[in-house]
Design a protein around this ligand. Structure first.
Ligand code: PMV
Length: 313
């Protein structure tokens, strides 16, 4: 019986397509080099970083255990590069890393698709609503193309109620991104609801959602060709469309404007309203500095990194 195991899982950014993906349009997400590492050791009590495990406070890990662990108590330790509540997928990373570690402790080689499916269920239960973008990206790594239609590179299809998502692998060339975290935490649910109200009553909003969908399809081709300049232009256009939908905010616009003179493109990433923005650039230090000067927290990251993996402990 294994006494301990460790795994790490990455966070994610949404390159193109957030919000439109809720209406069946495609989205592209990328795994980024900010990782969460988790070690599990057999112990006398269930604990996390020295504190007793509480289902109310540690809802993701508790839910993972409830659904996937029949053994005795475990002591967990985590270290993370990912700020929580920033829209970069830290809850997905903890869920994915925990599932991967438990599979190791059970003596089973962790299976990517199984981890991604289970992580989605855990996140949905802990969070009320979720799309599989965060959990699938953290599991598979690299880049994902998520669509309501099946295509080349299909990894798995995830269903919940009437909704389903076809998750595809997406080629990602080596690129530098700078993430600018506003420090404002904005829950996803109300922003999705706001866009839905606009979409239901306005043909203009529906046209914007369609245009975001078209941009994402074009972006996928540019990614394959490694055309950063054109991709950057699409990102900036996408940001403007998201702003028209009402999901940007003053601080996000400020960080995007600060990054743009030194970037191929920049946009909010994820739900918006706060959270984070991303800039595609080959001057990451300069962009990071500009972001910090406007009060943002900056992270220079590599995109397209490996998904969940075993670590030494
Ligand atoms: O909050 P995030 O970063 O996980 O992004 C949400 C993405 C949305 O498209 C706004 C919502 C969704 O469920 O796809």
């Amino acid at each position: 019986m294994m006494q301990a195991a460790a795994s790490s899982a990455p966070g994610k950014i949404i390159l193109l397509g957030e919000h439109a993906v809720v209406f069946g349009r495609p989205a592209i997400s990328l795994a980024v080099g900010l990782r969460l590492r988790l070690t599990a050791r057999r112990s006398n009590v269930f604990e996390l970083n020295g504190s007793p495990l509480s289902p109310r406070i540690h809802s993701y890990l508790s839910n993972v255990l409830e659904r996937n662990w029949k053994g005795g108590p475990l002591s967990f330790e985590t270290t993370s590069d990912l700020p929580s509540g920033s829209g970069l997928g830290s809850s997905a990373a903890v869920t994915v890393a925990a599932l991967h570690t438990l599979a190791q402790l059970h003596g089973n080689p962790p299976q990517e698709e199984k981890v991604a499916r289970e992580a989605f269920i855990v996140e949905s239960e802990a969070q009320g609503r979720a799309s599989p973008i965060d959990t699938s990206t953290s599991t598979h790594g690299r880049g994902l193309f998520i669509d309501s239609r099946q295509g080349d590179g299909l990894l798995w299809t995830i269903r919940r109620d009437e909704r389903f998502w076809h998750v595809h692998d997406c080629t990602v060339p080596r690129m530098n991104f700078v993430i600018g975290h506003t420090g404002i935490s904005a829950p996803t649910g109300p922003l999705v609801a706001k866009v839905k109200r606009y979409y239901d009553k306005s043909g203009f909003a529906r046209e914007i959602i369609d245009e975001i969908g078209d941009i994402t399809l074009e972006g996928r081709k540019l990614l394959q060709n490694g055309d950063q300049e054109a991709l950057g232009r699409l990102m900036t256009r996408d940001h403007r469309l998201l702003a028209i939908l009402g999901v940007s905010c003053v601080q996000l616009d400020k960080l995007v404007a600060a990054a743009l003179p030194h970037s191929y493109g920049a946009k909010l990433t994820g739900a918006g309203g706060g959270g984070s923005m991303i800039a595609l650039t080959d001057r990451p230090q300069k962009v990071a500095q500009e972001i910090r000067q406007r009060g943002g927290i900056s992270y220079i990251v590599e995109a397209g990194v490996p998904g969940v993996r075993k670590e030494e402990f």
